[in-house]
Design a protein around this ligand. Sequence first.
Ligand SMILES: Cc1cc2nc3c(=O)[nH]c(=O)nc-3n(C[C@H](O)[C@H](O)[C@H](O)COP(=O)(O)OP(=O)(O)OC[C@H]3O[C@@H](n4cnc5c(N)ncnc54)[C@H](O)[C@@H]3O)c2cc1C
Length: 283
Amino acid sequence: MSRLSEAELEKMIKVLEGIVSKEYVSTNLFERIKNTLDVYPYEVQREQICYAVVMPGTTQEISEIMKYANSIKVPVFIRGSGTHLGGNYRPHAPGIVINTHRLDKLEVFEDCGYFECEPGCIVARVADKLAELGYFLPMAPGSRQIATMGGIVVNNTSGHIVDPSIGKPGDYLLGLEVVLPDGEIIETGTKGLRRPAGTDLTKLFLGGDGLLGVITKIRMRLVPQPERAYGLAVYKDLLSLARGVQRMYLERRPAPLFMEFLDDRAASFGFGLRGLESPGGPV
Ligand SMILES: Cc1cc2nc3c(=O)[nH]c(=O)nc-3n(C[C@H](O)[C@H](O)[C@H](O)COP(=O)(O)OP(=O)(O)OC[C@H]3O[C@@H](n4cnc5c(N)ncnc54)[C@H](O)[C@@H]3O)c2cc1C
C-alpha cells in the first residue's frame, strides 16, 4: 500500500477532526510513535508510524472512522494500552490508530447481576470499583494497573496460572457491542444471566486480537468476592517451586486466584527494596 500524499493526508485529518473534534486527533510525532510502539524495546520503523492517533468518545464515532477508513483504504489499528506480549499490536503499515482510553465508562447493574464497561477502562479500576460493592473481577493479569478491559477481552486470557481457578474472561462475558470493520454496529449475547445455548456470536470476537471488529462495550456477570488469604512460600530451587505449584493444583482446592513467581535474584532484589533480608531462594 502506497503512502498517502500530503494533500490526501491533510484531507484525512480534516475528516477525522470532523468526526471526533480537533482536540482528539493527534498528528504530533511523539504521540504517533508512542501509539505505534508496544512493550517491546525494538525500534519503530518509519513506515510503521501511524498517520494520526484518534481518541473517539462514542461508539458512533468509531463507526464513522471505520466507514471513512474503509472508503479511503487506510488501515485502522486499535490500541488499548499496548501491553500485549504477542507483538500483535504493532502496526505493519501507516494507518489510523484508534486509542480507546477515552471510552472508560463503567456501570454496575446489581439488580440484573452484571456490569457493563467500555473498552478503555483500566482493569485495576474496574476491579477496585467492583470490590467496593462486594464483587470480584475474575481477571488477574500482571498488567492490571495499565491494561484495558478491551485489550484483555480481545485477548481472552488473564493468566495461565489462574486459568484452572478463574477461567478465561470469556467464561463471564454476557455480551459485547462491536463495531465491525465496515462500520456496522452490532450487539451480541444477552442481558439475561443465562447465556445462549446455541451459537453465541460473542465468542467470535474473543481471542481475535481485534481483527474482526472494535469492541465498544463489554457486559460481564457479577461474581461475589471469594474469601481469600495471601501466602508466600520460599523454595530451595526453581524445580521444587514448580513441583510445589503442581501439588497445589493437584491436591488442594480452591486453586490460587493469583500467583507470581520470582527467581532468587528477583526475590532478593524485591525484598531488598522493602528493607527485608533476602529470602534465600525462589519465591
Ligand atoms: C507487565 C505485563 C504483565 C502481563 N501479565 C499478563 C498476565 O499475567 N496474564 C496475561 O494473560 N497477560 C499478561 N500480559 C499481557 C496482556 O495480554 C496484556 O496486558 C493485555 O491483554 C493487553 O491489554 P492492552 O490494553 O494493553 O491491549 P493492547 O496491547 O493495546 O491490545 C492488545 C490487542 O487487542 C486489540 N484491541 C485492544 N483493544 C481493543 C478493542 N476495544 N477492540 C478490538 N481490539 C482491541 C489490539 O489491536 C491488539 O491486537 C502482561 C503484559 C505486561 C506488559
